[in-house]
Design a protein around this ligand. Structure first.
Ligand SMILES: Cc1cc2nc3c(=O)[nH]c(=O)nc-3n(C[C@H](O)[C@H](O)[C@H](O)COP(=O)(O)OP(=O)(O)OC[C@H]3O[C@@H](n4cnc5c(N)ncnc54)[C@H](O)[C@@H]3O)c2cc1C
Length: 416
């Protein structure tokens, strides 16, 4: 990641400044930023604390699914968001040997946005927070690293953060942890996620385009490896799926060996693979899949990756983080307005979001164990089973994968 972490004030026992808000959100990723915007629109005082000084976050996923575009449309922001330069993916296909399978065709979805918009996450977050800044009750603090929870009588009353100018205390009716997969707040609250162990990791890097070549986003299955190719306007974003923990071995063998391995899989790309000159051009995603058994306690709610880390299958992490934010705003806005959030309101947020999360994680796990692990362990090209190919061609059933990727098991709308 290229984020600049703010120089922090030295450790101190007492906060130098105390602020008051209604909802204090820790983490300015997709979940935190969208929740802040939704609450700000409702006139609720909200403070968003982000530890980095900017939203720059390379390879963190730039996929804005149809469900998110519909939410943006409801907020009157879709056209403005789409004015940001981006590419649109309207089909996900996978190729193995000389077989190509259309896994998800978004063309036929009943939506104004039948595609995944590939919008750089940095620009998406800047867009959302700029919109939120239009509301006087919204406050964004960059370079604010939350390190403590304020706990009294078994209730979370806010946080303490280290900023550039010292310790601050924020007191709030509700604290929301949207601080990502390594959530500090989750640790401070003593919450332990249930983890499953996906059999893979992913190496992400860029490769240049060649004039006249097909620009179809999709996967390529080659014996022992999986390649993900994402069309990014002026380059390919490539995901190279490797067996879990395999990066050390690849790194130890050296960059030249890695380049040759890649060129072996896509010989026609051999010349452009030469553009990989340093390991720092390659980002490692340690694939994880986890979920908290409980997403809340008095005064505190966890959403997004802090509550559940999604496997990259289907690229749904951002989608689910934002859907959590929308449900949290739907359930909690009225309660926050009167300053009374009960435990059962927080339980309601978990209840609405937990089953779609479980359902899609179950689907991802099955795919990882039955298909991806087989490809990674095999020295033969995978042949797609006839039944599966027929299933994808059926009029209603064949559209299911596209609907599942685009919206999840349940479509989420902003409650006005
Ligand atoms: C390499 C990689 C590739 C990915 N690719 C995709 C993809 O293609 N599509 C997709 O949908 N998802 C992808 N994901 C997953 C996606 O990034 C997450 O699911 C999504 O960003 C979760 O959003 P979030 O808001 O919950 O958390 P995050 O996006 O992780 O945001 C958390 C924020 O909290 C801040 N923070 C952390 N600790 C503190 C603290 N103590 N105080 C203050 N702030 C703090 C962080 O700086 C960060 O800005 C990818 C993830 C990785 C790592």
């Amino acid at each position: 990641m290229q984020n600049d972490v703010a120089p922090q004030a030295p450790l101190a026992r007492q906060a130098e400044k105390t602020e008051q808000t209604t909802c204090c959100i820790v983490g300015g990723g997709p979940a935190g930023a969208v929740l802040a915007l939704l609450l700000a629109r409702k006139g609720i005082p909200v403070m968003l604390l982000e530890e980095h000084m900017n939203f720059d976050r390379d390879f963190r996923g730039d996929t804005v699914h149809p469900s998110i575009m519909q939410i943006m449309d409801q907020l009157g922001l879709a056209d403005k968001l789409l004015a940001i330069p981006h590419t649109q993916v309207d089909m996900l296909s996978v190729q193995s040997g000389n077989q190509t399978l259309k896994l998800a065709d978004f063309h036929h979805l009943k939506t104004r946005f039948p595609y995944i918009a590939m919008i750089p996450q940095v620009q998406f977050l800047e867009f959302i927070t700029t919109e939120a800044k239009g509301y006087p009750n919204f406050q964004l603090v960059m370079g604010a690293r939350v390190e403590k929870l304020i706990e009294e009588d078994g209730y979370t009353h806010g946080v303490q953060y280290r900023g550039q100018d010292g310790w601050h205390e924020v007191r709030a009716t509700l604290t929301v942890a949207a601080d990502g997969r390594f959530s500090r707040v989750r640790k401070l609250a003593g919450f332990e996620p249930i983890k499953t162990s996906p059999p893979m990791d992913v190496l992400w890097f860029r490769l240049p385009y060649k004039e006249g070549e097909s620009r179809e986003t999709g996967g390529r299955l080659v014996p022992g490896h999986i390649l993900i190719l994402l069309n990014r306007a002026d380059h390919w974003q490539v995901g190279y799926v490797i067996p879990k923990g395999g990066y050390q071995k690849i790194h130890a063998a050296g960059l030249e060996a890695f380049r040759q391995e890649l060129a072996g899989f896509i010989p026609q790309w051999a010349d452009r693979i030469e553009t990989l000159k340093e390991w720092k051009q390659i980002s490692v995603l340690s694939v994880e899949s986890s979920r908290l058994p409980r997403w809340y306690r008095p005064g505190l709610l966890l959403i997004g990756d802090a509550a559940h880390v999604m496997s990259p299958v289907g690229g749904v992490g951002i989608n689910y983080a934002i859907q959590d934010a929308v449900e949290a705003a739907n359930v909690l806005s009225d309660k926050l307005k009167v300053g009374q959030v009960r435990l059962r309101d927080l339980a309601q947020v978990q209840k609405r979001r937990e089953w779609p999360t479980k359902a899609i994680q179950g689907f991802q796990n099955a795919l990882q164990q039955r298909v991806l692990a087989t490809v990674l362990a095999s020295d033969q090209p995978l042949t797609f089973p006839l039944l599966f190919r027929l299933f994808l061609k059926m009029p209603f059933l064949g559209a299911l994968p596209a609907r599942l990727v685009a919206f999840g098991p349940r479509t989420v709308h902003v409650k006005e």
